[in-house]
Design a protein around this ligand. Sequence first.
Ligand SMILES: Cc1cc2nc3c(=O)[nH]c(=O)nc-3n(C[C@H](O)[C@H](O)[C@H](O)COP(=O)(O)OP(=O)(O)OC[C@H]3O[C@@H](n4cnc5c(N)ncnc54)[C@H](O)[C@@H]3O)c2cc1C
Length: 417
Amino acid sequence: MHAVIMGAGIAGVTNAYFLAKAGFKVTVVDRQPEAARETSFANAGMIAPGHSFTWNSPGAPMTLLKSLFGAKTALRLKLSTDPRFYSWGLKFLRNCTAARAHEKTLVKLSLNLYSQQQTHKVVAETGVAYDGMRNGILYLYRNAEMLEAGVAHMQMMRDRGLRIDVLDAEGCARVEPTLAAVKRRIAGAIHCPDDESGDACKFTQGLAAACQRMGVEFRYNTTVREIIVGGGRVGGVVTDKGMVKGDTYVMSLGSYSSLLSKNLGVKLPVYPVKGYSLTLPIDGHNGAPSLPTVDEENLVAISRLGDRMRMTAIAEFSGYDNSNKPEDFAGMIAAAKDLYPDSCDFGKPNYWSCLRPMTPDGPPVVGRGKQKNMFFNTGHGHMGWTMACGTGRITADLMQDKKPEIDVTGMLVDRFN
Ligand SMILES: Cc1cc2nc3c(=O)[nH]c(=O)nc-3n(C[C@H](O)[C@H](O)[C@H](O)COP(=O)(O)OP(=O)(O)OC[C@H]3O[C@@H](n4cnc5c(N)ncnc54)[C@H](O)[C@@H]3O)c2cc1C
């Protein structure tokens, strides 16, 4: 069986690995010169079941509205003329009830916990290097009331077995000694000891190399233009370098998945949400933290990835515009300098921005489409590094008509049709 995977981001490459392991012949097509050059390039690096909350919540619509009037909110909206944005937005708003947010968060949690196990297996099987750290993640609060609310919010995940330690400021300094100097400015943190971190780009590129050794063919610098459909099947993928044909196909084009799915007869509401990412060299600085931190007040994620520090923030609805300018990074630099002033050389910033492929309800999209030989593995939103080994394994199972090891009902592409 020959599978053609569209997209060599973390979703496509993990899928290629599980298919190659199952004995498929695999071809991966990507427009970039190597794997993980788009959204999987410079994310926050967190493998974080503790961060499974959907972005939908009863408070999200007001946050978006405030952002239209210039408030510096974590979710930012720019008015758009794109009708796809409004159709996605309506679906997003429909999922902003407390009940829906609860239900979808638990779908994500179940996937994230499963995916973490699969990631460990892939690492054990391939020895892929990715600057991994298994020290947990600190969800840090500067305000006692917000900490209390955060702990209450986490209860639903705690009830599902997620381990959580609630720390006061002294406790934070015990777990992360570099915080001792700033403990007067923090209220405490939720420490998820089983969360982890690592470089998603290094992982994806290392795994792509392992896939190549297993016989997977990567066709880089090749842009998918159209998917050919006829007789209830996908017949091939038209690219700028000619037609690519297989027996079965996987859509893993990140934020571009819905643009290329027009012929497939499915509704695929995957919309881009821009995020900003900053990488700085540690260069001999002694105050780099040993575990990643989410500054919950400023919504900035801060991770050490080997000899670099990575900071990410902001969720901006501005269509497919992927530009950035130094001013966009001021907030995250201020937050990181405040908590970890001696963590890295702040004078050597490497700016980056990219588009999260978001679904309007939170979980990603997997499953068979309208054609027997067309599968989806996309829409991982803000958690694709955490979810990818899980959805890669699930998609490979579905392509072999095997029952996935977890319930995937809440992730199926059918849910939008
Ligand atoms: C700022 C930020 C921080 C994040 N932090 C985290 C985190 O800490 N933890 C976490 O779990 N997740 C995080 N994420 C989310 C995660 O990075 C994404 O969910 C994940 O990278 C998506 O992977 P993907 O393979 O679906 O998409 P991509 O990596 O974008 O891959 C899609 C591929 O398709 C290719 N492509 C697109 N169109 C075409 C075409 N027409 N023809 C050929 N090829 C094409 C692209 O070149 C690309 O290689 C973060 C995201 C952002 C933006």
